[in-house]
Design a protein around this ligand. Structure first.
Ligand code: ADP
Ligand code: TRP
Length: 324
C-alpha cells in the first residue's frame, strides 16, 4: 500500500500542523510505503516572494525530519522536482469538468469574499489529483478540509479510466483524527491565516509570551474553574499523560489556581515535549546539505515511479513514449 500526502510550505509549522497532520504522517511511515512531499507548486498560489518560498520549503523539510520523519522509511521530496506532475496535470485537466472545480471551496470562498482568484487557485485540486495519481497512491491522509479534493481526484481518475481503460489507481482519503483540532491563542482553530499560532520551534521567549496571551475567562484565582472549556487546558492535553491531565483538571475544579500558573505548566510541558526534536533540528540547521541530499534522493525515488505512471498514461491516451 502506498500512503501519500503533501504539505504546503506557506510558513513555519505550528502545533495545529503537528497534532493534526505531521504526527500522523510520521506514525504511518512505519507500516506502509510512504511518500511525503513539500507542495511548493501549490504554495505559489499564496507565497509570492521567491526568497521566502525557498526558505519555507527547506525549513519544512528540516522540521519534518526533526519531528521524526525517517528518510530510510519514507520518501521525502519537493513537489517541483518532479516535472511529470505538471504534465499529468494537463492530461487530467482535459478530463475535468469546469463544474467540478467551480464547486471546490478554496476557489468558491475567495470568489464569495469578492477577492480576485487566478487560474492556479481554480485548478489547484487538479494539481493535487496529479500529485496523488502520479504515484499510484492508495491512501491519502488529509484533514477534513481536504476530503473534497480527494473526491475530485477520484472523479477525474474515473473519467480518465472511462476514456482510456484502467490506467489510474483510485485513491482513498484517510481522514486524520479530528479530535486533534488544536485551538489557537484566541480560542479559534489554530491557523496561519488567523494569526493565532504557536510555532513548534518558536524560541523560548516569544513562545512563553504567546502562551501567556492565551485567551481565558476572567475568573479570579480562588474560583473553581472548568477544564473542558479552557483553551489552556485543551492545549495542555496535547502534551501530557492522562494522569497529568487528571491532576490538572482536579486543580482547576478545586479553585485556588490562577490561569497564569496553568499557562506556566503548559509552557513547561510543550517545551519538554518538543525538546528532542529541537535538538535534532539544531543539528540539521547546521547541515543543510544533508537535508538537500535527502530531498534529492527522495525526488529520484519518487520520479522513477512517476515516470512509470506517466508513460502508462501517455500510451493510453495516444501521446506515446517520449522521443527525447
Ligand atoms: P494553516 O491553517 O495554518 O494554513 P494548513 O492549511 O497548511 O494550515 O494545514 C496543514 C495541515 O495541518 C492540514 O492537514 C490541516 O488539517 C492541519 N491543521 C492545520 N491547523 C490545524 C489545527 N488547528 N488543528 C488540527 N489540524 C490542523
Ligand atoms: N492541499 C493540501 C493542503 O493544503 C496539500 C497537498 C497538495 C496535498 N497536494 C496534496 C495533500 C496531495 C495530499 C495529497 O493541506
Amino acid at each position: 500500500m502506498r500512503v501519500l500526502s503533501g504539505i504546503q510550505p506557506t510558513g513555519r509549522f505550528h502545533w495545529g500542523n503537528y497534532f493534526g497532520a505531521i504526527r500522523q504522517y510520521i506514525a504511518l511511515q512505519e507500516h506502509d510505503q510512504a511518500f511525503y512531499f513539500i507542495a511548493d507548486l501549490h504554495a505559489l498560489t499564496t507565497v509570492r516572494d521567491a526568497n521566502l518560498l525557498e526558505e519555507y520549503t527547506l525549513e519544512a523539510a528540516i522540521d519534518l525530519l526533526a519531528l521524526g520523519l525517517n528518510p530510510d522509511h519514507a520518501t521525502l521530496f519537493r513537489q517541483s522536482d518532479i516535472p511529470e506532475v505538471t504534465e499529468l496535470m494537463w492530461i487530467l485537466l482535459t478530463a475535468t469538468p469546469m463544474s467540478l472545480l467551480e464547486k471546490c471551496h478554496a476557489y468558491k470562498d475567495k470568489i464569495a469574499k469578492g477577492l480576485p482568484a487566478d487560474a492556479g487557485l481554480f485548478s489547484y485540486p487538479v494539481l493535487m489529483a496529479a500529485d496523488i495519481l502520479l504515484y499510484d497512491s492508495h491512501i491519502v491522509p488529509v484533514g477534513h478540509d481536504q476530503v473534497q479534493h480527494i473526491e475530485v481526484t477520484r472523479d477525474v481518475a474515473q473519467k480518465i479510466n472511462l476514456h482510456y481503460g484502467d490506467v489510474l489507481v483510485l485513491p482513498e482519503a484517510r481522514v486524520l483524527d479530528d479530535a486533534a483540532k488544536v485551538p489557537g491563542v484566541d480560542g479559534e482553530k489554530m491557523s496561519k491565516s488567523y494569526g493565532n499560532v504557536i510555532e513548534i520551534f518558536e524560541a523560548a521567549k516569544p513562545m512563553r509570551k504567546k502562551i501567556m496571551s492565551i485567551k481565558t475567562d476572567s475568573q479570579p484565582v480562588e474560583a473553581a474553574k472548568t477544564p473542558e472549556t479552557c483553551n489552556v487546558f485543551q492545549m495542555y492535553r496535547l502534551f501530557s499523560t492522562s494522569d497529568e491531565q487528571i491532576e490538572l483538571a482536579q486543580r482547576y475544579r478545586a479553585g485556588g489556581m490562577g490561569y497564569g500558573e496553568a499557562k506556566q505548566l503548559l509552557y513547561d510541558a510543550a517545551w519538554k515535549y518538543f525538546e528532542p526534536a529541537r535538538e535534532r533540528r539544531e543539528g540539521l540547521v547546521k547541515d543543510k546539505q544533508t537535508v538537500r541530499d535527502i530531498l534529492k534522493t527522495g525526488a529520484e525515488r519518487a520520479r522513477l515511479k512517476g515516470q512509470e505512471v506517466l508513460d502508462r498514461v501517455r500510451s493510453a491516451c495516444g501521446l506515446g513514449k517520449k522521443l527525447v
